[in-house]
Design a protein around this ligand. Structure first.
Ligand SMILES: NC(=O)c1ccc[n+]([C@@H]2O[C@H](COP(=O)([O-])OP(=O)(O)OC[C@H]3O[C@@H](n4cnc5c(N)ncnc54)[C@H](O)[C@@H]3O)[C@@H](O)[C@H]2O)c1
Length: 320
């Protein structure tokens, strides 16, 4: 299947990164946003990620002569490291930099955004009601051919399939943060997803330089987050119980396992708002005696101060 027009619903942390990878690989990409205010929030994100993408390409020139370069180059940006050269990277930058601008369009008009879309990627906040509402709203606006995917982190496609009006063409396509470097795309259907739509999404993931990870059945949190979330939860519990501060917890994890990243650095990257929204879906979060309630309070305190993570310049760490 040819993916000429790609549409993102939502242009937050992930929506803007997905849009840029789609643009980088030559696809005409539209981000639908619900208000002028959303445009004001999305534009600086796009700018920041454009800059990071080009910086990472520039930095990868230093890896050309490095025997470990093949492990560290940005996999979503450079197709192959075999016979890579500084000249080739320069050519790539020259060719792709304009695409990051020219191939991305912001659109407030939902009908215009959806017209003739080959694939829609819903990347709105992790709010089940809002997701259900938008699926119902776009139901009769989208073409027969259009495949609808969701980037939801914690919800399941089977929860929403009936609201989409196209259950056979609806499935999850889940990205990691910093997708131009961490380029996994987990593909997960529900029982009613057709094999054709599933395979088309695998093809699309490859088209935008992702490594498709094919899940054979529905799994809450896919593969990656089934591994990562228990770690982040344990870190927040230690913090909320007052056992140690975030930096000590991160340092212990990094030194003890040799991992370059600590759990709180991970939360900063994900964004504290997303983390908070996910936590709000937990059953005991309104119980004042629960640890989740305490964690939610602590996160909310930081969010209210604008300390929402890497994108804001401050979260658990200072990025200015
Ligand atoms: N942040 C991550 O690391 C990450 C990783 C993988 C998947 N995801 C998933 O991607 C989705 C988006 O996450 P994010 O981190 O980009 O969130 P975000 O808060 O940065 O962005 C959310 C976007 O949705 C828009 N939005 C919210 N409610 C809306 C509504 N009712 N109508 C229209 N637009 C609305 C916002 O304006 C914004 O553009 C979530 O489902 C999340 O679980 C996030």
């Amino acid at each position: 299947m040819e993916f000429k027009k790609v549409v993102l619903l939502g242009g937050g942390v992930l929506g803007s990164q997905i849009a840029l990878m789609s643009a980088y690989t030559g696809h005409d990409t539209t981000i639908w946003l619900r208000s002028e205010d959303s445009i004001g929030r999305t534009e600086p994100k796009l700018e920041r990620f454009r800059k990071l993408i080009i910086e990472d390409l520039e930095k990868s020139k230093d890896l050309v002569e490095n025997e470990f370069g093949k492990y560290f180059y940005p996999k979503g940006l450079i197709d192959s490291w075999d016979d890579i050269s500084v000249e080739k990277i320069d050519e790539l930058i020259e060719e792709r930099k304009p695409r990051l601008e020219e191939n991305v369009h912001l659109e407030l008009d939902l009908d215009k955004a959806l017209a003739d879309a080959d694939i829609i990627i819903e990347a709105m906040s992790e709010n089940p009601e809002a997701k259900k509402d938008i699926y119902e709203k776009i139901n009769d606006k989208i073409d027969e051919k259009t495949i609808l995917t969701t980037n939801t982190s914690t919800l399941l496609p089977s929860q929403f399939a009936e609201y989409t009006g196209r259950p056979e063409k609806y499935l999850a396509l889940h990205f990691s943060n910093n997708i131009w470097k961490h380029n996994t795309a987990e593909i997960m259907g529900h029982e009613g997803t057709s094999e054709e739509a599933y395979n088309a999404v695998v093809e699309f993931a490859e088209d935008i330089n992702m490594v498709p990870v094919e899940l054979k059945k529905e799994q809450p949190r896919y593969i990656l987050n089934s591994l990562v979330v228990p770690l982040l939860d344990a870190a927040k519990e230690l913090w909320a119980k007052g056992v140690a501060d975030p930096k000590t917890i991160d340092t212990t994890w990094k030194i003890g396992t040799g991992t370059p990243f600590g759990p709180f650095e991970g939360i900063d990257l994900i964004g504290l708002e997303t983390d908070y929204n996910i936590l709000k879906n937990k059953d005991d979060v309104d119980d004042p005696d629960s640890l989740n309630h305490k964690i939610a309070e602590l996160l909310k305190e930081k969010i209210d101060k604008g300390e929402t993570g890497v994108n804001a310049g401050k979260g658990f760490y200072d990025y200015e």
